[in-house]
Each structure stands twice: as structure tokens, then as C-alpha cells.
Design a protein around this ligand. Structure first.
Ligand SMILES: Cc1ncc(COP(=O)(O)O)c(C=O)c1O
Length: 458
């Protein structure tokens, strides 16, 4: 087979690849107004506030449909996804003595936020979506579970409907016993615009079973606006919830620690002390940029999904299996990254790892920005040294806190999640940029053919 030529591919950063006149105008508005702070300024344009309102409407919209005026979704823009996680866990009351159930394929920030909240992460195994397995979650829930954190990775959804049902089942018992219910915080940093099947609500279904945007199933969700995400303001984050009381806590905690109980509040930061504030405000520059980007989101997603589908079909024709979709009937996933399973191949793990590395190295020769998932840095629990070695924040906390001593038997090293471990050494993925021309797609498929022929099936 003839070796495909080299060809430069468009940038992998979906939102930034579309920066143009609208983003320039957005930033210029803020600069012209000399008002980069969201709450007041010379001529504050309240861009952040408008972004929050538009984001809520987008989340509440039917895929492809108009954005409703009245969303029922409360949104707080924050400075980053990390900031959003800190504030959300704090608002949910997570602390010493609590367990937070989380999948082992995530980004280090997810687990770092749990540990910084002085709680203990409990790893939950994955199913073929590579995300949280609802049945593994059922087994991982203990009386100490305070929050469950699914992480739809690389735009691919979990079986979130089934996850919510497992949580509702556990909560029926808790509520009957007068105990606090488990809450669900979706870390949807990488899945803005994805939609999945199920019924939202962690205690009772809060709507009929159906298609909802990722981020609306749990009690709260976070998104990131960092460069790699579907839309970007460089840095930035969002906390969403449908619960007005939780929203009030998020609003207070992300800022100075005061809730707003009157309109207008006497102080710009609110009047009612509710907790210790984090200092996680979003800027007007971020808000304005994010507004412009939100208008492009559906186009970005449509492009990524189209290319992604083509690559998946092509891989199937070559006898390879793409990562499972939680809901095959919907274009639910964002299409950001195309992951596929290698054939059974060698029996032992070392040989599988050597093969995975060889395949990724081959795809890298053409700049497909591949990852062999086993090597995917601190997206994988066993590469997070701080977790495996149980590093403390300070003074031994959270591991040495009396309320947390139960973790002694918890092991975070490779082997803790056998199903995920087995999948990581057999899966490879590559980026699906949002601006691929048909010739680019054909080129990528030719590269896949060549790598199949010369490396995968050699
Ligand atoms: C799953 C996940 N959670 C949280 C974050 C943190 O977001 P940020 O980089 O905006 O702080 C990221 C960022 O990559 C992420 O991928």
C-alpha cells in the first residue's frame, strides 16, 4: 500500500479555530467601555451576566431548536473549570468524612477538587463508553457517599439515564430513613453541547425520560471554557443547576461569600453571609468572548459530528470498533475525539501496551494528534501520582483526618478498576478538528487505512 503524503491539518482547538470578527468586536466592546469587571465599572456592559442568561437558554433548548426565553436553568460564570468544581463541591456541602464517587478516566482537576474539599475520592469502574458504569456505581455507593461525579470524557456521554436511576434508588432508601440524599455533580467540562437519554433528578425524576443536554441530569454541573473545549474564552468556567437554593449558594461562594436576597442588593457582592467566598469571578472579557463563541457552538458541533461519523464508519469498514455511544439513536456525543478499539491481538498486557504505542506513534507521523489511552497522562487515575500516593493538602489532611480514616483500604494504583484498565490498553484515539475539509477527511481515512494495513493488522 502506498504511504499517504504529509498534509497540514486544521487546529484541534474547536472554539479558537473559529475566532473572528465577532470575538474581536466582543473584546473591543469591553475595552471601549473600560469595564473589565463584571459587577461595576465606568460603563459596565454586563457581558458576563448576559452570557449566563444565554448559556441557560442554550442548555434548556431542544437540540437544534430555538433557545427558550424561560430556561429554568441557573448559571454562574466562573474563572475556570477548576474554579467551578471547587465552588460546586463547596455549595453541595462536601467535606471531611464524605466520599465522592468518580470515574477513573477524567482529568486530574476532577479528583484534585474532591481532595481539596477534604473528601475521599472513590473510584468507579467504566463500561464500554469509557465513562462511569452505572452497575459499578451501584456497588461503589456506601453510607458515606455524598456526591457522584460522572465525567463525560472527550465529548462522549455516559449512560447518564441509568446512573441517575441508580442514584434515585439509593436515595429512596435514604430519604425513607431521613438521611441526606446523594447529589450528582456532572463534570461536563469536555462535553458542552452533548445530549443524552434519561430522566433528570437525583431524588425523583424531574421530567419525563427523554433527550436532555448533558449538564441537566444532575443537581449541578460544571463546564470549562479553556482552550481545548468546544467553545473557549482562554480560561473560564460555568456552574449550572436547576435548584434555586443551590444556585444562591454557588453565587455566594464563587464571590465574596454573601448571598443576594434582595433586588438590588445593598452591596454589589450581596448582603447575606452564606459561607467563605472563593474569589472565582469570571471577567467581562471572558463573558463577552464566551457570548460570541456560544453563537457558534452548533456549527462547531455539527462539523465535528459529521467528520467523527465518517471516521467511525470508515473504522467499522476496516473491522475496528469505535468507542460505544451511550445512546446510539441520537447524535448525542460532541464528536471531539474519535476513539477506537484495536483487535484482540496479543494476550498479555505488555504486548498490548507495546502495540498501542506503536499504533499511536504511526498516527502521529501524520499529525493526527493521537493518544494511546493507557498513556493519556493525568486523564487516567493511575498516572495521578498525588492520588496513588495519597498526597495531603496540608497537615496530613484529608487522608489523616479522623473522619476520613476509612480510606485506609482504598487503593488508587493500576488494577483498582479492572474493566477500565483492560479498555485503556486496547483503545487509541485521534482528534476530530472542527474545520476539516472533505479532502482533510479523505486524507485522515487514507492514513487510517495505511496504519491498519501496516501496523494494526501487520
Ligand atoms: C473533565 C475536566 N474537568 C475539569 C477541567 C478543568 O477545567 P479548567 O482547565 O477550565 O480549569 C477540565 C479541563 O480540561 C476537564 O477536562
Amino acid at each position: 500500500m502506498e504511504k499517504p503524503p504529509q498534509r497540514p491539518l486544521p487546529a484541534e482547538f474547536p472554539g479558537a479555530a473559529w475566532y473572528g470578527a465577532e470575538e474581536l468586536e466582543a473584546v473591543t466592546r469591553v475595552v471601549r467601555n473600560q469595564s473589565p469587571f463584571r459587577y461595576y465599572g465606568t460603563r459596565c456592559g454586563f457581558e458576563a451576566q448576559q452570557f449566563e442568561c444565554e448559556f441557560a437558554r442554550y442548555l434548556a433548548s431542544e437540540p437544534g431548536g430555538p433557545w427558550p426565553e424561560c430556561s429554568g436553568v441557573y448559571v454562574t460564570g466562573v474563572n475556570s473549570g477548576n474554579g467551578a468544581l471547587d465552588v460546586a463541591l463547596d455549595a453541595l456541602g462536601v467535606g471531611c468524612g464524605d466520599e465522592v464517587a468518580v470515574q477513573g478516566f477524567m482529568w486530574i482537576a476532577t479528583i484534585a477538587a474532591i481532595v481539596r474539599a477534604r473528601a475521599i475520592p472513590v473510584l468507579v469502574d467504566s463500561d464500554d463508553t469509557l465513562n462511569m458504569d452505572p452497575e459499578a456505581l451501584r456497588r461503589a455507593i456506601t453510607p458515606r457517599t455524598k456526591v457522584v461525579m460522572p465525567v463525560p470524557m472527550l465529548g462522549g456521554c455516559a449512560r447518564i439515564g441509568a446512573i441517575m436511576e441508580v442514584v434515585r434508588e439509593a436515595n429512596r432508601e435514604r430519604v425513607a430513613q431521613g438521611r441526606a440524599p446523594i447529589r450528582v455533580l456532572e463534570d461536563a467540562a469536555q462535553a458542552l453541547g452533548a445530549h443524552a437519554w434519561g430522566a433528570p433528578g437525583s431524588i425523583e425524576p424531574e421530567g419525563p425520560e427523554g433527550v436532555y443536554r448533558v449538564g441537566l441530569f444532575g443537581d449541578a454541573a460544571i463546564f470549562s471554557l479553556q482552550l481545548n473545549k468546544d467553545i473557549t474564552s482562554g480560561e473560564g468556567g460555568v456552574v449550572v443547576t436547576r435548584d434555586p437554593a443551590l444556585h444562591q449558594r454557588v453565587e455566594a461562594l464563587h464571590n465574596v461569600g454573601f448571598g443576594k436576597d434582595s433586588e438590588p442588593a445593598k452591596h454589589w457582592y450581596g448582603d447575606m453571609p452564606m459561607g467563605w467566598g472563593h474569589g472565582r469571578r469570571i471577567t467581562e472579557l471572558q463573558g463577552a468572548l464566551a457570548r460570541a463563541q456560544l453563537q457558534r457552538l452548533d456549527t462547531i458541533l455539527a462539523n465535528m459530528r459529521r467528520s467523527h461519523r465518517r471516521f467511525e464508519d470508515h473504522l467499522r469498514q476496516r473491522g475496528l470498533t469505535p468507542r460505544a455511544r451511550a445512546d446510539v439513536d441520537n447524535p448525542g456525543d460532541t464528536g471531539y475525539y474519535c476513539i477506537f478499539q484495536l483487535p484482540p491481538g496479543p494476550a498479555d498486557d505488555d504486548a498490548k501496551i507495546a502495540r498501542g504505542r506503536k499504533v499511536a506513534a504511526a498516527l502521529d507521523e501524520w499529525g493526527l494528534r493521537p493518544w494511546f489511552l493507557h498513556d493519556f497522562e493525568v486523564h487516567i487515575y493511575y498516572h495521578v501520582t498525588q492520588l496513588v500516593e495519597k498526597w495531603p493538602i496540608a497537615n496530613g489532611c484529608p487522608w489523616d483526618c479522623d473522619a476520613n480514616r476509612f480510606h485506609a483500604s482504598y487503593d488508587y494504583g493500576r488494577g483498582a478498576l479492572p474493566n477500565l484498565d483492560a479498555r485503556l490498553i486496547t483503545h487509541v484515539g485521534f482528534n476530530t478538528p472542527s474545520r476539516l475539509a472533505p479532502e482533510d477527511e479523505r486524507h485522515i481515512m487514507a492514513v487510517l487505512d495505511y496504519v491498519c494495513e501496516t501496523v494494526i493488522n501487520e
